[in-house]
Design a protein around this ligand. Structure first.
Ligand SMILES: Nc1ncnc2c1ncn2[C@@H]1O[C@H](COP(=O)(O)OP(=O)(O)O)[C@@H](O)[C@H]1O
Ligand SMILES: [Mg+2]
Length: 348
């Protein structure tokens, strides 16, 4: 039989999370790395069936029986699981033991995946901004000419019915101009002020509640210890409002929207390490982001809603980027989470 946890110095000091189960899938060992990864104590789960002790690992049941039936090692790559409200990605190798038991090795990938995905997001965001700046210039000049000409024409027209057409031209030119301005974001570098994130979130919640049907519930889970940050309040408000409005549209009349705040020490956004960052999660239990959209939702004009403009998220990403922050997103049916990272102090 295997030795109990604590008696095996190699397992004890291994950085890889290791779980050993017997022939009936009961946990016989779980090393400290697995305890900290899975946030459980070995003492609580030793002797308990793995499916019962770690329901989050449910998706691995297939890998376990596969390793047993094939009698050889089997690796389940990029297995996603929810641990205490957080998503982690694991590579899990399962190796059968002679006594019918199994050794599970869990390697967490998120750190690595997060960084490459984050670089991609930041590069994407920059490319989008440059494209918009170039396009905006090309659109706004002729648009101004078009609008001016329609105004002159309108003055010359006697027939009221014909004036309706010029009104359409002027109205549409204004709408386009508004769209382009919205995409460009605030033109002047707005003055930074001391911003209380919870005050901003409460304002957002207030505005969104006013638009929300009664069956939409707002849940708050704030970390009161978050210090104020230096930023532009109205920009942060706009960014968060865009996320909350999307959540509101996603739950479509009934559901729960959670606003959660946390701080994180020693966190790197892009390439800049920060001593302290704020993390704001906007979570909804709607149907989730369509899988074919998820890689592109921060691009302009990407929308799944007939009346959508597809600029809410790129604007939010842009505004947060101007604060040295980043928005990331995770989604599956019933659980969509947008995470806003904002540095609370300048980079180290
Ligand atoms: N919380 C969410 N749940 C599901 N889908 C979402 C959510 N947030 C954004 N999306 C998807 O991302 C798309 C783009 O959002 P956005 O940029 O705000 O544009 P718009 O709201 O005008 O469609 C939405 O059309 C929707 O498909
Ligand atoms: Mg939107």
């Amino acid at each position: 039989m295997s030795t109990p946890v604590g008696d095996n110095p190699i397992l004890e000091h291994l950085a890889t999370a290791v779980i050993v189960v017997d022939a009936r899938d009961r946990i016989t060992e779980l090393n400290p790395a697995a305890e900290s990864l899975l946030r459980i104590s070995a003492r609580q789960v030793t002797g308990v069936a793995i499916g019962e002790a770690l329901p989050g690992l449910d998706g691995l049941a297939g890998a376990l029986s596969r390793a047993r039936s094939q009698g050889s090692s089997f690796t389940d790559r990029e297995h996603r699981l929810a641990l205490g409200g957080e998503w982690v990605t694991l590579d899990c190798s399962v190796t059968p033991l002679p006594d019918g038991g199994l050794v599970l090795e869990l390697a967490q990938l998120d750190r690595h995946l997060r960084i490459s995905r984050e670089h991609q997001l930041i590069a994407q965001n920059q490319a989008i901004r440059e494209l918009i700046r170039g396009l905006a210039h090309e659109i706004k000049n002729p648009l101004g000419g078009l609008r001016g000409a329609a105004q002159l024409l309108e003055r010359e027209l006697e027939d009221q019915r014909l004036r309706e057409y010029t009104a359409v031209i002027i109205g549409e030119a204004d709408r386009l101009r508004g769209l382009v301005d919205g995409l460009l974001g605030p033109s002047t570098r707005a003055r930074r002020e001391t911003v209380n994130l919870h005050e901003v979130l409460e304002r957002v919640r207030h505005l969104a509640s006013a638009e929300a049907p009664a069956a939409v519930r707002f849940r708050r889970d704030y970390d009161p210890s978050i210090p104020p940050l230096q930023g532009v309040r109205d920009q942060l408000l706009q960014a968060l409002l865009n996320l909350v409005r999307n959540a509101l549209q996603a739950v479509d009349g009934h559901g729960t929207i959670t606003l959660r705040t946390r701080t994180q020490r020693r966190f790197t956004i892009g390439d800049v390490p920060h001593r302290l960052v704020a993390r704001i999660d906007v979570i909804d239990d709607g149907p989730g982001i369509p899988p074919e959209l998820i890689e592109r939702i921060f691009y302009p004009m990407i929308t799944s809603r007939p009346e959508g403009s597809g600029i809410g998220l790129p604007i939010a990403q842009n505004l947060v980027a101007q604060h040295g922050g980043l928005i990331e997103c995770e989604s599956e049916p019933g659980n969509t989470q947008f995470t806003v990272w904002l540095p609370l102090e300048d980079g180290e």
